[in-house]
Design a protein around this ligand. Structure first.
Ligand code: NDP
Length: 296
């Protein structure tokens, strides 16, 4: 099987390089790749890449993910999050390839307290959410065989992440304030990559399982609960001697004004994914603890 992976250097892209390698030959590209164009602002270049490589599977881990910055550059964001995925979908449809794509809890407005189902009506609050939703819609309209995984609060051991920021602040300040009115599940890039590889294999046997799925780790928390967990774990390590934070105060989202509005309810219901693919999604703490063991 030949797989083209876009966005190889991102959190999810990096882990996909590992998980997809088991399935076949992977050509992994980034925006500055030289042999083939992987730049999502170059739509013709992307089409040329796919026509030359003729993959069986296209995996798209590239995106404009800077949610606040997105508010001030909506055209670029739309190109990267909607128009480029549309090109991948069109080429997949023409070649009979499978397209795997990632989307977000930010397609929802965050109302209510129930986990969102795939069938719930999206109503994004931000440019990022709007363009990610448009990307989904364009892929679905293309008629290509696809898997779209909506996920949330993605972290990886590599690069910056929320846990790393909390650990740094806890060494600098005695009092931290963390948002406690946004609910969701921190989800590891490793988990996303492993589930993606599993699902691709299943689709070879059962093409009828293509479609849109919610994919997040089990359980739920708030950013405040997440931060508390991170610090509690850190206190069991030698890093404890450097931590001066004594208090972690819960605050509402309004305490940290940002250009982009964020949903309060980011819970995603994963029943459909677990049942169709026969998977059990582990509790979010499991992946976070593994990540902490790597970064501390
Ligand atoms: P990252 O920001 O870690 O990775 C995105 C990748 O896209 C980076 O490698 C980035 O390169 C690349 N990229 C940026 N601009 C371009 C361009 N013009 N052409 C090609 N590639 C480009 O994101 P994640 O791995 O976290 O996200 C993967 C998917 O999951 C995305 O679809 C995202 O929308 C979705 N998602 C992410 C969430 C999160 O919390 N991060 C939550 C929900 C969904 P560079 O780093 O060099 O800019």
């Amino acid at each position: 099987m030949k797989i083209v992976l876009f966005g190889k250097g991102g959190q999810v892209g990096w882990e996909l390089q590992r998980s997809l390698a088991l399935l076949g030959t992977v050509v992994a590209l980034d925006f500055d790749s030289t042999d083939f164009c992987g730049d999502f602002s170059n739509l013709q270049g992307l089409a040329d890449t796919l026509r030359r490589l003729r993959p069986d599977v296209i995996v798209n881990a590239a995106a404009h993910t800077a949610v606040d910055k997105a508010e001030s550059e909506p055209e670029l964001v739309r190109t990267l999050n909607a128009l480029a995925p549309e090109v991948l979908a069109r080429e997949a449809q023409l070649a009979g390839a499978l397209l795997v794509h990632y989307s977000t809890d930010y397609v929802f407005d965050g109302s209510g307290q129930q986990p969102w189902l795939e069938t719930d009506v999206p109503a994004p609050l931000s440019v990022y959410g709007q363009t990610k939703l448009e990307g989904e819609t364009l892929i679905q309209a293309s008629g290509c065989q696809h898997l779209i995984f909506r996920t949330s609060w993605v972290y990886a051991a590599r690069g910056g992440n929320f846990a790393r920021t909390m650990l740094r602040l806890a060494q600098e300040r005695e009092r931290l304030t963390v948002i406690d009115d946004q609910f969701g599940a921190p989800t590891g890039a490793e988990l996303l990559a492993d589930v993606s590889a599993h699902a691709i294999r299943q689709l070879l046997q059962r093409p009828q399982d293509a479609g849109l799925y919610h994919l997040v780790a089990g359980g739920e928390t708030t950013w405040h609960g997440y931060a508390k967990h991170v610090l509690a774990q850190a206190m069991r390590t030698p890093l404890a001697s450097k931590i001066i934070a004594k208090e972690m105060a819960p605050v509402p989202t309004s305490a940290f004004p940002t250009p982009a509005r964020r949903p309060h309810n980011s819970r995603l219901d994963t029943t459909r994914l677990q049942s169709v693919f026969g998977l059990t999604l582990p509790p979010w703490e499991q992946g976070v603890d593994r990540m902490l063991a790597e970064i501390i």
